[in-house]
Write a protein that binds this ligand. Sequence first.
Ligand code: AMP
Length: 389
Amino acid sequence: MNVLVINAGSSSLKYQLIDLSTQEVYAKGNCERIGIEGSFLTHSEHGGETQRTPVPFPTHREASEYVLELITNLGHTIDGIGHRVVQGGWYFPESAVVDDEVLAKVREVAPLAPLHNYVEADVIEAMRKAMPEVGNVVVCDTSFHYHMPETSWRYALPRDVVDRLHIRKYGAHGTSHRFIWRATREFTHGETKKLISLHLGSGSSLCAIEDGRSMDTTMGLTPLDGLIMGTRTGTVDPATVFYLQRVGNYTVDEVDTMMNKQSGLLALSGISSDTRDIEDGAAKGDEHCIIALEMFGYRTAQLTLEMAQAMEGFDTMAFSAGIGENSPLCREKICERLAWQGVRIDKEKNAVRSGEVRDITGEGSKVRVLVVPTNEELMIAYDVQELLG
Ligand code: AMP
């Protein structure tokens, strides 16, 4: 079965055509700067070189139609289309085959993720029109966390307000955490029972997964909560928001931009949101970069234990995403702080770079420590196969 996976972001549209019988990726690419001057396409086929071409993409709809034509011209069939949807809100406990009702629900919950859900809905609509004979499936980032225990998802706000506005911990990165669980279990031959999944990238979240169920996660109503991220604050005292408005005279929108786009590692280091730059800075003795890395390690270790509480223990940690997969230094900083909990990593194994699942556990560790490259696209394709195949 060939599945076209589409991941529409606020100004981009990533795609992959995956043959699930072999897991081969026939083609993949990204339409970038959609709706912005200078939009372009990066595209590669069969793992070959990536070509960059300037293409006008006024809207996501047009970008998706362009991609569909490009893929169709390759001569492969498209047997199903999987769409990553950032926010499933209170509707999607699991992935769903698209019909009019599903599409309406994606739009209804869009106020919780306005930059994503509206364009995702537009793209789904465009695909249904262009290929009415092919089924579409929505795979929501929030679904995996839908069945968390109430003690994890409920906020201690007035019930009428919470009910009217559908306020709860929705979490994010659910498709990635689900994939990490699956890959970890496969690697440990089913031995892992209580996993801390660490998706550490430009956006980061942790998830406590017990026997395949999300028990808690660090992102909240929105992906601003939890860990320190590239440009996001992570958790701060909510009263900081009132204080910034009342005393700092910032508007709501300014606070929103500050906390989402001007904070996190970027603000701490003063130079970059990218851990590669910060690690370089720290190596040269830049004090702001040093504290940025220390705080990232501290907060991640701290929240790892918060997640562990949801399962009353943990037997495996799995590092994933841009930082988790590629930064031995960040992994070391986190695990060092968990040494008192019996976490040990092997320095040599930790230094190895590879695209495979690997074990970096050190001697005498009470917890197994893995690096698990995530693959959200493959997870989405599996869901399409399950629902349409
Ligand atoms: P993601 O959002 O999962 O694509 O992760 C992107 C982030 O991963 C980048 O912004 C970097 O902070 C981080 N990253 C990628 N490669 C490395 C590396 N080799 N060393 C340290 N950090 C890395």
